[in-house]
Design a protein around this ligand. Structure first.
Ligand code: AMP
Ligand code: MG
Length: 525
């Protein structure tokens, strides 16, 4: 297997923990602790992303070599790798949680690919670090497969995300109590190698603010701008103004990300500030879920079932709250309240504009009309009907392009209904809505074929529905990764109808409605 070129700026330019070893501790005055992955018994490559491999400069023969499984299972290092675990804190479910850090993630290094791009390689589930607290530093196959699959799927859906290179089985068992109900059981372990330009989170800044380590906070902010926002570093030489411009950009990217999640029906499940990427990427796939029947109040995360803080429809507001925490954290360095507040207000504006733009595209409208027959009203009414009628979000929007505008009916939506009585309750109103919608489209006067093609480019047919991921997990646990491969293959082109793969477009089957892993997930992973 070929080597990669590494340029490890994070460990080279920022202070590290002088203490060595994996023992759990509070780490002060440092951005990271050097720690190597703990070797596993029998690393075996289960799945890989050929596009990410290509991005990094690996070919198929590299990936198939035993050394690849050794390196990306945590048993060997490539020359130039300098592994570390990052120190960060975070607000969990609205409360400051103190030091968290990479408890089971270990960055291997920052590689520079043949195109000159910087990609950080990070193993998840690679064993204990100083930040592991009371846990084991490992990850189970089910959660690793879910992260591997969904992060790649998100990329193809056009949603900003961390990527995944590989899924490696460890050949070891990990004990987990999946629903925290006193029934722990051993499960197969796995390691994902995830890949992103940076894994820095809001929490990396919060920890230094919380501890009053202001000079370190300033160093990390300026490092982040220089390494991860080079266009800002170039455009704004004044350090004070540059930091403001940076926060504005973080707000903007986060607003765009939230609009994407709402567009595709993704629920992150644990939007703690340590799970918020400074680059505006979807990061840390845990008990996430996909909306089947449209329900803004739904959360997949049983750990959040009581307060449902991270429910689908609440995500843009939570992101705002999280940005607020980031603003508080960087204030000691920025030392100006007003520009931070302005950026937070701008977040809401950008989100509003982006959300409208994406919904406009989903509905196939040529523009967004305010006033008498406002499109806002049309959208709000639709959302109420989708919720009351328990309609599948993905299938509804995909089939909307096929409605006969001359004689609108529910014919094209047959497969989008989950429940006959919920359907009966909205049928008439929905047909009424479709008539109003058809009338609205006639104002635009866009040719039908043109509109349908445009709608199909933003309304996916295939998303990694929770039950599909669970089927791939069940098969993989039984030793068959073919199901995962087939699913990933379809998800590479989520907007393209693939007749031979129709089964992956099906709405959630009844058996999956209340099944663990399909509609209920926990943080246990
Ligand atoms: P999460 O809820 O997955 O974002 O994790 C929150 C914190 O717990 C992070 O600091 C993780 O690194 C840590 N953590 C989660 N699971 C484990 C584990 N199995 N071993 C060690 N640390 C963990
Ligand atoms: Mg996390």
């Amino acid at each position: 297997m070929r080597d990669l070129r590494f340029d490890n700026r994070f460990v080279r330019e920022l202070p590290g923990d002088p203490e060595e070893g994996r023992h759990v501790r509070q780490v002060h005055g440092a951005c990271y602790s050097r720690v190597e992955p703990t070797p596993v018994r029998a690393p075996k490559l289960l799945a890989w992303s050929r596009e990410v491999a290509d991005l990094l400069g690996f070919d198929a023969a590299d990936v198939r070599s035993q050394r690849f499984a050794e390196v990306f299972g945590g048993n060997a290092l490539l020359p130039g790798m300098e592994p570390y675990a990052a120190c960060y804190g975070g607000h969990q479910f609205g409360n400051w949680a103190g030091q968290l850090g990479d408890g089971r993630a270990i960055t291997l290094g920052e590689t520079i690919n043949p195109r000159g791009q910087r990609w950080e390689l990070q193993l998840k589930g690679a064993g204990p670090t100083p930040y592991s607290r009371s846990a084991d530093g490992r990850a189970v196959l089910r959660s690793s497969l879910r992260e591997f699959l969904c992060s790649e799927a998100m990329h193809y859906l056009g949603v900003p995300t961390t990527r995944a290179l590989s899924l490696v089985a460890t050949g070891e068992q990990v004990v987990r109590d999946m629903f925290y109900d006193g029934r722990p059981r051993p499960e197969p372990g796995a390691v994902v190698c995830r890949v992103a330009p940076s894994f820095i989170r809001f929490g990396n800044f919060e920890i230094f603010a919380a501890r009053g380590e202001e000079s370190l906070l300033a160093r990390l902010i300026d490092f982040t701008i220089e390494r991860d926002f080079p266009e800002l570093a170039q455009a704004e030489p004044d350090p004070a103004r540059r930091r403001i411009a940076w926060f504005e950009e973080v707000c903007r990217r986060t607003a765009v990300l939230m609009a994407h999640w709402m567009r595709v029906g993704f629920v992150h499940g644990v939007m703690n500030t340590d799970n918020m990427s400074i680059l505006g990427l979807t990061i840390d796939y845990g008990p996430y879920g996909w909306i089947d029947n449209f329900d803004p109040d739904w959360t997949p995360n049983t750990t959040d079932a009581s307060g449902r803080r991270y429910r689908f429809g609440h995500q843009p507001r939570i992101a705002h709250w999280n940005l607020w925490q980031l603003a508080n954290a960087i204030y000691p360095v920025v030392r100006a309240v007003e520009p931070l507040e302005r950026a937070l207000v701008a977040y809401a504006d950008v989100h509003e504009v982006e959300y409208r733009r994406m919904m406009q595209a989903k509905l196939g409208l040529a523009d967004w009309r305010a006033g008498e027959q406002a499109d806002d009203g049309l959208l709000e009414q639709l959302q109420r009907l989708l919720q009351r009628g328990e309609m599948d979000m993905t299938l509804f929007f995909r089939r909307l392009a096929d409605v006969d505008l001359e004689a609108p009916s529910l014919a094209v939506f047959e497969e989008a209904f989950y429940d006959p009585s919920a359907r009966a309750a909205v049928e008439d109103e929905l047909v009424g809505w479709l008539r109003a919608y058809a009338a609205r489209l006639r104002i635009d006067g866009v040719p039908g074929a043109h509109r349908r093609a445009a709608m199909n480019r933003v309304n996916p047919l295939y998303v990694p529905r929770n039950y599909l991921a669970q089927q791939a997990i069940d098969a993989a646990e039984a030793g068959n990764v073919g199901e995962l491969e087939a699913l990933l293959e379809v998800l590479r082109q989520p907007y393209v109808e693939q007749p031979e793969s129709e089964r992956f477009a099906a709405r959630r089957p009844d058996w999956a409605r209340n099944k663990a892993g399909c509609s209920m997930l926990s943080c246990s992973s």
